[in-house]
Design a protein around this ligand. Structure first.
Ligand code: ACM
Ligand code: ZN
Length: 760
């Protein structure tokens, strides 16, 4: 038994008995009542099931008990056994009851997938307590029916056993919809018998720029999880080239679909069209507008919706896909379509005329509707990314909302009476590097947005975490990106808001790290706390590093090198008298190195104020909007000015949209001498200068990211300048903390010169 999980208290009643602390379950169940005492799982566990529909679930439980708890187990068709799985007549969808009594374990649900939800709970209990299970009764049911996770296998390929491991882990956390992104420009991954070139050619590519980025990162961060595998399953030698790729045969697809189903997971295949289709278009003639196909600046040549051959090709593909996936939904993609060719293509233009369409957006909608009609006729419902709203949404399509910068999309979808799944890029794209605060952003995500009526809220089917694998070449890396955010997603999707408690979740999550170690799952160790990117001091600086994961080992260097397993171990505060650059790295107990963070401790003199009092200045700041199309703030001030606005804080004025270059400038009036802290968060890049000194450099194309810097300031008036740019709808926010760490309200610190006609 693993004693880490064994917490007990003694109680005295008529007999001397043991009461266990509450188990650390994720997601938190609806109701849990602890008994006293334990049920000892026997050496040979019989998993009995009365109803034949529960046979796959019983096999799944047997396999889990063998693999995760090294228990001997067997399934048998019977009403009696140490563990009994049973169907009950009534019960909400997905709801189960798990009763552990001195006589044994009884798990009931209204259908097999409800029983698999209970199996997830039982797996967690066995992982925590081993064979000595505390007595308890759990009555539990999900908040949402769609608890999704997504995997892109096109950009990097995951083998059948790897996909199954992901499914096992997701089932452990009661996620029940597997959105499988099977095709994209970089690789076609599903065998289509009618079009063999899709997998003979379309599944294989030369090593590309994304691989190069991964390999560089593997080298520069000493991270084997970023090494692009060159194993037999993912490489093929063709002439002088070693090609990367892989695909699933139809037999393998059926195997994975059944494996997922056994774990209560429905699999939703995505065949992304009409864009993201290069891996097919390159090998089949006559389905693009022109013979010349390839990459534009961001996206690839799409299908030609003007040609009947395209429609026939897509229907053929769907015919075979549908035959492999027996569930309600298939996903058609529909995202990020470059429509330039359509404007020049005679076939597309004829289609627009013949169908009385307004423009190329309506042409895309027409194509999507054609496909949807076909899918509906074959008994499937269609889903698409939120671009399928553009040009008109059908009455029946379900939308996966991803474009955080189109916040109105879920409102529009639900107002039209369609269902929506929330997977906004921020924070639900787990392919983004996990940043401080992301976990909470996922956990607390508002799935009851203001402005929706009760009828609209009923169209929110659930929530999903997405993993795009351009820069995720291995299973280890996939787990590192999924975990622990997927645990927060699990609780968001399953647990009623009234039962949620973030601090308690973090406590449970932390104890699950040991469980993940045992399962060999790499996870992102919670970021180190206690210091910033730039830490200013005037006499002595102190590095305080803490990590929420007690199993994490912290090592550091001060010579610029990457910490290794033999670098000094951090065991307590490190005091420095001179400027010092720390590299601080987390290691997991098995020695695997994780993230390295760099922290500069900078000995500074105080910046003297420009004046003691802000005379002649008025409250607020000045925001200047530039016409800016570059990707670094440096050159911003040389671009044409579009407008100037007075603002009260460091914000994007509401009028400013599209390609944004912004300089927010003015004066900072600080009340006392001391070291001030500046937390600058932006999507995309930003930087902060005080009196011309760079204090925060956050200047990268990125989703919302916070950098924090410090500066020693004398009391009085200092010049402040924030530069910012964005191209796709972003955010900007600055927090200023005083030397005691208290947030300073903007109204108390910002001043600007009056804005007049002459200085606009
Ligand atoms: C997407 O991220 N293009 C759906
Ligand atoms: Zn065309």
């Amino acid at each position: 038994m693993n004693r880490r999980f064994f917490a007990f208290a003694l109680c005295f009643s008529s007999i001397f008995c043991v009461t266990f602390a509450q188990p650390t379950l994720i997601p938190a169940p609806q109701s849990l009542h602890m008994g006293t005492g334990t049920f000892e799982v026997p050496d040979l566990v019989e998993v009995a099931y009365g109803a034949p529909q529960l046979s796959p679930a019983a096999d799944y439980l047997v396999e889990s008990l063998r693999q995760e708890a090294a228990l001997q187990a067997q399934a048998l068709r019977s009403k009696a056994g140490a563990i009994v799985l049973a169907l009950q007549k009534r019960g909400a969808s997905g709801a189960y009851r798990l009763a552990i009594t001195p006589e044994g374990i009884r798990l009931t649900g209204a259908d097999p997938s409800a029983v698999t939800n209970g199996i997830a709970t039982l797996r967690q209990l066995v992982l925590q307590y081993g064979r000595h299970l505390p007595l308890m009764t759990i009555d539990d049911s999900p908040r949402f029916s769609w608890r999704g996770f997504h995997l892109d296998v096109s950009r990097h390929f995951f083998t059948v056993p790897e996909v199954k491991r992901i499914l096992d882990l997701m089932a452990l956390y009661k996620l029940n919809r597997f959105h499988w992104h099977l095709t994209d420009d970089q690789g076609w991954r599903i065998e289509i018998k009618k079009y063999p070139l899709l997998t003979e050619r379309g599944a294989w590519r030369v090593f590309n720029d994304q691989d190069t980025v991964c390999m560089r990162q593997a080298a520069s961060t000493d991270d084997p999880s970023m090494l692009v595998p060159r194993d037999a399953e993912r490489t093929r030698i063709v002439g002088p080239d070693t090609l990367y790729g892989g695909f699933y045969t139809q037999e393998q697809i059926r195997d994975i679909v059944a494996y997922a189903r056994q774990r209560g997971i429905e699999t939703i295949p995505e065949i992304d069209m009409p864009g993201h289709f290069l891996s097919a278009i390159e090998y089949y003639d006559g389905i693009s507008c022109f013979p010349q196909v390839g990459w534009g600046e961001f996206f690839t040549t799409p299908l030609c919706p003007g040609k009947d051959k395209t429609l026939a090709f897509c229907r053929d593909v769907w015919d075979e896909v549908i035959s492999l996936f027996p569930f309600e939904y298939v996903h058609i993609g529909g995202d990020e379509v470059l429509k330039d060719n359509w404007k020049r293509c005679p076939d597309c233009q004829r289609r627009i005329r013949d169908q009385h369409l307004k423009d190329e957006f309506e042409l895309q909608a027409w194509f999507i509707h054609e496909m949807e009609t076909y899918l509906n006729r074959h008994g499937r419902k269609m889903m698409g990314w939120d671009e399928i709203l553009e040009g008109g949404l059908s009455r029946t399509a379900t939308v996966t909302w991803w474009r955080t910068w189109v916040p109105e999309a879920p409102l529009e979808v639900t107002a039209q009476g369609n269902d929506v799944i929330f997977c906004p890029g921020s924070p639900m794209y787990f392919s983004q590097k996990e940043q401080k605060g992301n976990l909470r952003d996922v956990y607390d995500y508002d799935l009851q947005p203001a402005g929706m009526t009760a009828a609209q809220l009923r169209h929110i089917r659930g929530v999903q975490g997405n993993l795009w694998c351009e820069y995720i070449p291995t299973l280890d890396r996939a787990f590192y990106q999924y975990f622990p955010r997927v645990m927060a997603l699990s609780e968001l999707a399953w647990t009623q808001p009234s039962r949620k408690d973030y601090d308690d979740f973090v406590r449970r999550m932390t104890s699950h790290f040991s469980l993940l170690h045992r399962l060999g799952v790499l996870y992102h160790t919670p970021s180190l706390e206690g210091f910033y990117g730039i830490n200013a001091f005037t006499s002595q600086g102190t590095l305080n590093a803490t990590c929420a994961d007690p199993s994490a080992i912290i090592r550091y260097t001060t010579d610029g090198s990457l910490p290794t397993g033999s670098s000094p171990r951090y065991t307590g505060p490190v005091v420095v008298d001179e400027s010092t650059d720390f590299a601080i790295r987390l290691f997991q107990p098995d020695g695997r190195g994780g993230e390295t963070v760099r922290a500069a401790f900078v000995k500074q003199g105080y910046l003297e104020p420009l004046a003691n009092e802000p005379s002649g200045l008025e409250p607020g700041l000045r925001a200047t909007w530039y016409d800016f199309r570059a990707f670094e703030c440096d050159t911003l001030h040389r671009c044409p000015v579009r407008a100037v606005y007075p603002v009260e804080d460091v914000v994007i004025p509401t009028e400013v949209r599209g390609h944004i270059g912004l300089i927010v400038s003015g004066y900072l009036v600080v009340p006392t001498d001391g070291v001030y802290t500046f937390a600058l968060k932006s999507d995309d890049g930003s930087l902060l200068k005080i009196d011309g000194n760079m204090v925060v450099d956050n200047d990268h194309p990125q989703s919302p990211h916070e950098e924090i810097g410090q500066q020693a300031l004398r009391a009085g008036v200092h010049k402040i300048e924030v530069r910012y740019y964005d191209h796709n709808g972003g955010m900007l926010r600055l927090h200023v903390l005083d030397p005691e760490g208290h947030l300073l309200p903007p109204a108390t610190i910002y001043r600007r010169t009056p804005i007049t006609e002459s200085n606009r």
